[in-house]
Each structure stands twice: as structure tokens, then as C-alpha cells.
Design a protein around this ligand. Structure first.
Ligand SMILES: *Cc1c(COP(=O)(O)O)cnc(C)c1O
Length: 395
């Protein structure tokens, strides 16, 4: 069985070593040494000043909305995981949807201003599949109208935008370290900000509002994470460069083999170093998407429709037509992409798709969606991967 994703697991011995140290210290949670170490190492790896490790990516979104005191309407994307919208509603705000760009599948900045009202307090946008939004356009609109910006960067571990971590943009960026994500801590998430005051506020909200053991700075809840999850993060962080490279290589092979259906991949922001978190394919028609996924399931390949349905159709929001998003949601599928996916399996997946589409063979000169010849890139990537020289990556 080939699922859309499989969680990365480090060597068991490495995790057990951390478990032994937890047993020795008997310190399980509440800002323990492993958690502090993970926060420090993540900040170094990502080259960011401020981040807080929290219990999950959904709580990170709620924390961001709470810490910015957002009220009224929040402009958001209908094309994301449900947590993007549900956190807005959970925090007592109203999601106001702006349709997505038909090429990037990120919120369309040219449509944002028309959705702003006197009640708008913020823009909450998702960098879909780890591919950054039009950050400059969104920030310009926010500045002009005095709005806050939150990015749901749950897919973005390792993505750089203009040579900085994409987590460094917006008033607050949030991410998820759930087991299905590129870098994970089983369950977990984080908030990032450049504002030290916001950081302090989120710090006390995460810990019941405590400023010291006996005093409270304000209202808080329990958003902490624990030593066991931090231990998994410390193990996985050692492999993250290898994970990023492997996903890039697998994605390039997909581009090469699916070259004949090119044009059906999201357009990538050119100002970034992409993390290849997902491999989405936009089929020409909904019928073809159905036929391909059914054929794949017969071969025990299980894709996921990230993201369907359009969040604007959720039962707890005011329904509104989002034609671009609804169309894309009907035609999109994410193909399997995970560290241990083998090239023969990837070949099989591509053959099933191409056969279903009646393409006899694969274009020998496929380009990726940066327009770069894939064969050249693959050769470079294989050399780079060999240079890392980590064991046990099945090809
Ligand atoms: C995974 C995900 C979340 C939720 O993260 P959890 O850690 O599972 O709570 C939020 N937004 C997006 C876009 C996601 O993909």
C-alpha cells in the first residue's frame, strides 16, 4: 500500500537515548531541557530570532489570533486545511473569503482590497504546499489599511523566501510539526514573530498566563508541548537536510515522468528556495481526476485531495461562491511523497496516470515549474544527495 504520506522515523536507538535521559531526569513537561534545546536548535537552523514551540499547529493559529487581539472580520483563503478557518471561528471572528490565484492556488492579492470593510482586522493566508504567497503585495495592502498579517505556514518547514525563512514574514507566522508534515515532532507546532513584545505575550498565554510561578501577566491557557515530542524533534532535525533533498529529487522525477501533463502543477514563487513539501497535480477535468485516482487505488496507491472541499462551503460559515477555488478543489490531487517512497513505486504511479490519460510515453525534455530542464537538475541533486551520504535511503 502506498499512502499519500508516511511519517519520517529516525533510528530507534537515537530516540531511545533521549528516552533514557528523560527517565534519568524525571522531567516530563513544563519547559524541560529537551524542549529548550529543540527551540534553540530550531531557531539556529531556521535563522529566526523568536519562536515558541507549542502543542500543535492549530493552537499556534489560535494563539496568533488571540495575541494580536483580533476581532470582527479576518480575510482568509478558502483553499487550505480546515484548521485555517476553524481557528478564526473558534476565536470568535468571522472568516471573509477571498478567492485564490488560478496558477499558484494561494490567496489572490488583487481581490483582497474589495473584501476589506471597517470591521476587518487582519489577513490570514496560507502558503499552500509550502509555496509562498505574494508576500510583498499582501504586506502593502495590510500597511495601507492598518491590518495585521498572519501566515499559516504549516507546509513551509525549510522554505526560504528572499533568502530568509518564510516563517520570518507577517506579524506572526505559524507552523505545524504534526507527524504528516515534512519535519515533525509527532504532535507539535510553533509561532514565529519579529516582535519581542508579542513573543512575551504568546509565552505567557502558552503557559496559563503565568509570569512567575506565583503571578499572572494575563489570561492564558495550556498550549505547552512536552519532552517526548521535543525528543522526536531533536532526532528528526538531524535528518532534515536529507529529507529536503530526497523530496526534491522525488519531485523532479515526478516532473520528468509527468512532463506530458505539465502546466498542471502549481506555479512556484520565484523568490524562494522551495521545500517540495507536496506533489500536487491539477488534472484537466474533474472526470479525469476521478478516473486517475480510481485507477491508482486499484494499484493500492492512495492519494489525498488537498484541499477539498473549499472552506467557503463549511457548515459553520456564511456560504459564498469561490469559483476558482471550487474548480481547483475538484481537479487537484496530491500524489504520494515521503522520504522512503522508492523510484520504482514512483514510476508505477506515473505510468498509471499517463496510461489513464492515454499518453503513450513521457516527454524526454520535461521542465519543472521553474522552467528548468529536469534531467540536468536530477543529476545535480543525485550528486548532492550522495555527498550527504546518509544510510538507508531506498532508491
Ligand atoms: C496541518 C495543518 C494545520 C494544523 O496543524 P496541526 O498541528 O495538525 O494542528 C493547519 N493548517 C494547515 C494548512 C495544515 O496543513
Amino acid at each position: 500500500m502506498i499512502p499519500v504520506t508516511k511519517p519520517f522515523l529516525p533510528k530507534e536507538d537515537e530516540f531511545k537515548e533521549y528516552l533514557d535521559s528523560i527517565w534519568e531526569r524525571q522531567w516530563l513537561t513544563n519547559n524541560g531541557p529537551l524542549l529548550n534545546d529543540l527551540e534553540l536548535k530550531l531557531k539556529q537552523y531556521l535563522n529566526v530570532n523568536h519562536m515558541l514551540y507549542v502543542c500543535n499547529g492549530t493552537f499556534a493559529l489560535q494563539l496568533a489570533i488571540k495575541a494580536l487581539n483580533l476581532t470582527g472580520e479576518i480575510i482568509t483563503t478558502p483553499f487550505s486545511y480546515v484548521a485555517t478557518t476553524s481557528s478564526i471561528v473558534w476565536e470568535g471572528c468571522k472568516p471573509v473569503y477571498v478567492d485564490i490565484d488560478s496558477e499558484t492556488f494561494n490567496i489572490d492579492p488583487t481581490k483582497i482590497e474589495a473584501a476589506i470593510t471597517p470591521n476587518t482586522s487582519a489577513i490570514l493566508a496560507t502558503h499552500v504546499y509550502g509555496n509562498p504567497c505574494d508576500i510583498d503585495a499582501i504586506q502593502a495592502i495590510a500597511d495601507k489599511h492598518g491590518l495585521k498579517v498572519i501566515y499559516d505556514a504549516a507546509h513551509c518547514f525549510g522554505t526560504q523566501y528572499k533568502n530568509k525563512s518564510v516563517f520570518d514574514y507577517g506579524d506572526i507566522s505559524t507552523t505545524s510539526f504534526h507527524a504528516t508534515k515534512l519535519f515533525h515532532t509527532i504532535e507539535g507546532g510553533a509561532v514565529f514573530t519579529r516582535d519581542p513584545d508579542l513573543l512575551k505575550k504568546m509565552q505567557y498565554i502558552r503557559n496559563f498566563g503565568h509570569s512567575t510561578p506565583d503571578s499572572f501577566a494575563g489570561l492564558g491557557v495550556n498550549g505547552k508541548n512536552c519532552e517526548f515530542h521535543a525528543a522526536m524533534g531533536l532526532c528528526n532535525l538531524k535528518y532534515v537536510d536529507e529529507i529536503l533533498k530526497r523530496r526534491k529529487l522525488l519531485s523532479l522525477h515526478y516532473y520528468e515522468r509527468l512532463g506530458k501533463i505539465k502546466g498542471s502543477f502549481p506555479k512556484l514563487n520565484k523568490d524562494q528556495d522551495y521545500n517540495y513539501a507536496y506533489f500536487p497535480v491539477l488534472f484537466e477535468t474533474e472526470e479525469l481526476r476521478k478516473r486517475c485516482t480510481e485507477k491508482l487505488e486499484l494499484s493500492q496507491v492512495f492519494c489525498r485531495r488537498y484541499f477539498s472541499p473549499s472552506l467557503s462551503t463549511l457548515p459553520y460559515v456564511d456560504p459564498v461562491a469561490m469559483p476558482v477555488c471550487e474548480d481547483i478543489a475538484n481537479r487537484i490531487v496530491c500524489l504520494p511523497l515521503y522520504h522512503t517512497l522508492t523510484l520504482p513505486d514512483l514510476d508505477m504511479i506515473c505510468r498509471v496516470i499517463l496510461r489513464t490519460q492515454n499518453y503513450a510515453d513521457v516527454s524526454p525534455v520535461a521542465t519543472d515549474n521553474f522552467g528548468i530542464l529536469v534531467t540536468d537538475k536530477i543529476a545535480t541533486e543525485i550528486n548532492d544527495l550522495n555527498a550527504i551520504n546518509k544510510p538507508n535511503t531506498p532508491m
